[in-house]
Design a protein around this ligand. Structure first.
Ligand code: CU
Ligand code: CU
Length: 364
């Protein structure tokens, strides 16, 4: 009897070991990752495969100042005029392009100059802006700018649509001061916006603004299965980019964010910054802040300018307070570093803030 129990016990133990061995051999790497991430996951799994768009470079660039000077001249020219203003000429083209919106997730976008958001246009009030627009894409497109301009420069009516292979020159004065947008205005509008044809257009006041660590953000989203709802949300296109590449700021320096919302299919978006409060200058048009808060809401096409200082070092989350958007990519980090060389709110030693390269369009 005892022997029989022993045999049964041994068979039972062998059976359990066999099951455990089978499970260990058949659990894939992905399942192991999912198990360990089940309660602690934040951000994307894996790395971006393509390097044709870098949100960390985008957020600190305007007037193509991220390009080497010879290449930059192909897209941007600046001429001093006798009245003290500048003529700023831009070469902008539309094209169809597959872009990476999350690691390994690609989207058939329509973009200006190979990227969405488009390179930022920045001028001082009163400057003359000339946009040489060329349509290299498969559908009719335009470049419609917010701000004052003549009807024939609006790029929004069927007779304004620039056909594939054609081109058009837009000309207008940089006016009014503020944080604006430009985007395609062909129909159906929701397709031409959601596909990625938009960018930021900043008009600085003549007297300039206080020096600051400036950051450009366009909240956007992508309907990757074309069902009229977004699957991926972000600021500056790549989901969770700033979780893996936190935005570096110095303790005590003035941080200025220019933000716009271009999300299609969802009526409201927002930005909330943790452990801090900021002055909001709605649309950046007035001198006085419109509120002091830690969260603002933005409808589609709305913009704002936010100013703040971080007084403690460490990592601080920023995200849309529409929490579903956060979970699907619209979340990032500020990394606040200690610094001894803050002068008038600006750290002149910071490599992140290259004042020589970024001075264009910003008063010294
Ligand atoms: Cu278009
Ligand atoms: Cu608009």
């Amino acid at each position: 009897m005892i022997d029989r129990i022993k045999v049964i016990a041994i068979i039972f133990v062998i059976f359990i070991i066999a099951i455990m061995a089978y499970q260990a051999l058949t659990t894939t790497e992905m399942e192991k990752k999912q198990k360990t991430n089940m309660t602690a996951h934040l951000g994307t799994v894996g790395e971006y495969e393509t390097d044709d768009f870098n949100p960390s470079v985008y957020m600190k660039s305007w007037n193509y100042n991220d390009l080497p000077s010879e290449e930059r001249k192909r897209f941007y020219l600046e001429t001093n005029l006798s009245d003290g203003t500048k003529l700023r000429e831009y070469w902008i083209y539309a094209e169809d392009k597959k872009i990476e919106v999350a690691p390994g997730v690609y989207y058939d976008a329509w973009v200006y100059n190979g990227q969405t958001p488009a390179p930022t246009i920045r001028a001082t009030e009163g400057d003359t802006i000339k946009i040489y627009f060329e349509n290299r894409a498969s559908k009719p497109h335009t470049a419609h700018f917010h701000g004052f301009h003549k009807a024939e420069m609006d790029g929004s009516m069927p007779h304004d649509f620039v056909m594939p292979g054609a081109n058009f020159t837009y000309e207008f004065k940089a006016d009014p001061v503020g944080v604006h947008l430009f985007h395609c205005h062909s129909t159906p509008l929701k397709d031409h916006i959601s596909k990625g044809l938009y960018g930021m257009y900043i008009v600085d006041p003549k007297e300039g603004r206080e020096k600051a660590n400036e950051i450009i953000m366009i909240a956007n989203a992508f309907d990757t299965d074309y069902d009229g709802e977004n699957e991926i949300y972000a600021v500056n296109t790549r989901a969770f980019w700033y979780m893996a590449h936190p935005i570096k700021v110095k303790k005590g320096e003035l941080v200025r964010i220019y933000i716009g919302n271009m999300v299609e299919f969802d009526p409201i978006n927002s930005i909330h910054i943790h452990a801090n409060f900021f002055n909001e200058y709605r649309t950046g048009t007035l001198d006085e802040p419109t509120q002091f808060t830690d969260i603002i809401e933005l409808g589609q096409g709305e913009r704002s300018m936010l100013e703040m200082t971080f007084n403690e070092t460490g990592q601080y989350v920023f995200h849309a307070h529409q929490t579903e958007f956060s979970d699907l990519g619209w979340m990032g980090l500020f990394e606040v570093e200690d610094s001894d060389d803050i002068i008038n709110g600006v750290n002149y030693q910071s490599k992140e803030f290259d004042i020589t390269n970024n001075s264009m369009g910003m008063k010294e």
